[in-house]
Structures are given as C-alpha cells and as structure tokens.
Ligand binder design. Structure first.
Ligand code: C5P
Length: 317
C-alpha cells in the first residue's frame, strides 16, 4: 500500500474585473478637493484584469506579483491599488492581511481604461471572499470609492451613468452588444496631468456639469442598441487636453475615422483611443488599419457591455 502525500492547496480565490471606456465624459470646474465633478457614461468592456488571492501563513503580510502584457510597468509594492485594497479591507474588518496577490493584466496599463481600478475592485472582492469577511455590497462600494474614482464602476460593470467624481453610479439600460477596437500607446498618460491640462486649457470659464448633461441621444442609442447613433454621440471633454499633451493622437483618431468607424473618442484620460465598429469584423479591420498606418503600439478588440467584478474560482480549505 502506498500513501500519496500531496500538500492540500492553499485556499485561494480568482476574481476578474473589467476595464471600461467612457462613452461620454463631461468635466466641470475643479473643486477645492482637487477633483473635478463629472457627468459620465461608463461602459465595461471584455478586457479583464484577473486577481488571484492566496492565503499565506499568519504574519506573512501582503505580497504581490504581476504577469501579462506591460506587466513590467506595474508597481508590485504598497503603491499598487490591489495591495492598497487588501490593506484597506483588512484594516476595516480587523482581519489579518496575510495574502499573496497575483495580477494577470488584460487591460492596457495607464491607458485611460481603468486597469488599475479593476485590480482594486478585483482585490477587494477576492480578499472579501478569501477571508470570509462577507461585507455587504454597499460597504465594498464605499471602500472602492476611497481607493479611486473609477473603482466602484469596475465592481458594478455593464453600462452606468457616473456623477460626483464618477463614483456615484446609476445603471443604464442597453440593448445588444457593441464592438470596440482600442489603440494603445506604449507610454501612458498620468490622469492627474490630463486633468491639469484640462484646467489650463478651459481656464476659469469651465461650465458646471449637471446630472442630465446633454447625453439624451446617447442614452437613447444605448436603449435602442443603435451603434450608428452611439458612434455619433461619443464625447470626451478631456480629449483636447490629451491631444494637447500627445499631438500624435490626432492621427489615431483620423485613421479610424477614415476607416469608417461609427465613432472615435479618446478613452477617459487617454492615450488609448476607442473606435466603434459596425461588427466584430469591422472592429478587427479598424485595428488592422491602425497597425498598417503605424500610429498605435498595440490593438485590443473587445465588446461591451461586460459584467462587473466577479469570482471565477474559489478553492477553500
Ligand atoms: O480617483 P483616482 O485616484 O483614480 O484619480 C486620479 C487623479 O485624477 C486624481 O488625483 C485627480 O487628479 C484626477 N481626477 C479628477 N477628477 C475626478 C477623477 C480624477 O481631477 N473626478
């Protein structure tokens, strides 16, 4: 008789969280807290960050590794949003922060698609599940908002209207699937720099944004599943600032327009450019046109809306 001695796997939880594109992004004048009031419409897309949280020995603390495209551009210390999410959850629940986090990147880094925010949302849910904290959803959402303005939307997913800093969310009705192609640049644009340039360009004349700011047609297009109307309604107040910091983005917008994109817009604070295709094939063709024109460093095709942050697998003791 032979005894098979295999170590039991450590408890672990794998969670995935989507990146996003802002279909509309309207920005008001900067407030005394340094943040800008926003009226935005987020759509989650099928580019996902995966975070695996594995239980480690008591007293071992938090550790973090990253793999996937552009992994070397991501910090692996306490400045990483996923690390901060685990630490915040431990602090609020009084549980020991003993966990190994591994991030598999699937969203462009520093591209205006909230990849870091997706990591934070995924780490929150992964640690909540791993540690059996069982926090009510509203508490997770509150912590998410503390970690960053885009983190609550990554938890929620699908399509939503965001106000406040972009963290106060109302789900939006949509029909069907939209086909996106994203053109990314090797060098990202820091979000604070883009907002700062927005302030410099807009000056003190920036109008206030209201919750119902000008996006009636866009909401109607979403409800009707009308990609042509959606393409016409895409809008980003940060686009001029991103273009001012990166004039070469103008060519990215132009190539997609010339290739028949239904709409083209800088995603969030950029430098990623989002182009809306008529179909999956057309989205792929838009990516091919960018590559042929040599105006982007990488092309990522995806569909939206995508589901919010969810547990993929969970191995318990
Ligand atoms: O909240 P988060 O850390 O993602 O924001 C990064 C930076 O982007 C902020 O420090 C701020 O400079 C800018 N920001 C802003 N207004 C918002 C969201 C972000 O000015 N509504």
């Amino acid at each position: 008789m032979s005894a098979r001695l295999t170590a039991a796997p450590q408890p672990s939880v794998r969670v995935r969280a989507p990146g996003k594109v802002n279909l509309a992004l309207r920005v008001g004048p900067v407030g005394s807290d340094g943040y800008h009031p926003l009226a935005t419409i987020f759509q989650a897309v099928s580019l996902f960050e995966e975070v695996t949280a594995t239980q480690t020995a008591p007293g071992s603390g938090i550790s973090l590794t990253v793999s996937g495209p552009q992994a070397d551009a991501v910090p692996t210390d306490a400045s990483n949003l996923a690390w901060r999410a685990a630490a915040l959850l431990a602090e609020r629940t009084g549980l020991a922060a003993d966990v190994r986090l591994h991030i598999t990147k699937g969203v462009p880094v520093a591209g205006g698609m909230a990849g870091g925010s997706a990591d934070a949302a995924a780490a929150l849910l992964a640690c909540d599940t791993l540690w059996d904290a069982g926090l009510p959803r509203p508490e997770l959402v509150e912590m998410a908002a503390e970690l960053g303005a885009d983190v609550p939307f990554s938890l929620l997913g699908h399509t939503a209207v965001g106000t406040g800093r972009g963290d106060l969310l109302t789900p939006a009705m949509t029909r069907g699937e939209f086909h996106w192609c994203f053109g990314t640049q090797r060098e990202g644009l820091p979000t604070p720099s883009v907002f700062r340039r927005f302030d410099e360009l807009a000056g003190p004349s920036t109008p206030e944004v209201g919750p119902a700011a000008d996006d009636t047609e866009l909401m109607h297009a979403l409800r009707a599943g009308d990609a042509v109307a959606l393409g016409k309604a895409l809008h980003n107040d940060l686009e001029a600032a991103a273009l001012d910091l990166r004039p070469e983005l103008a060519a990215v917008l132009q190539v997609a327009t010339d290739s028949g994109a239904l709409g083209v817009v800088v995603s969030g604070s950029g430098p990623t450019v989002a182009a809306l295709g008529r179909s999956r094939q057309h989205a792929l063709a838009l990516g091919a046109a960018w590559t042929a024109a040599d105006v982007v460093d990488a092309v990522w095709c995806a569909t939206g809306p995508a589901a919010g942050t969810q547990v993929v697998t969970s191995v318990s003791r």
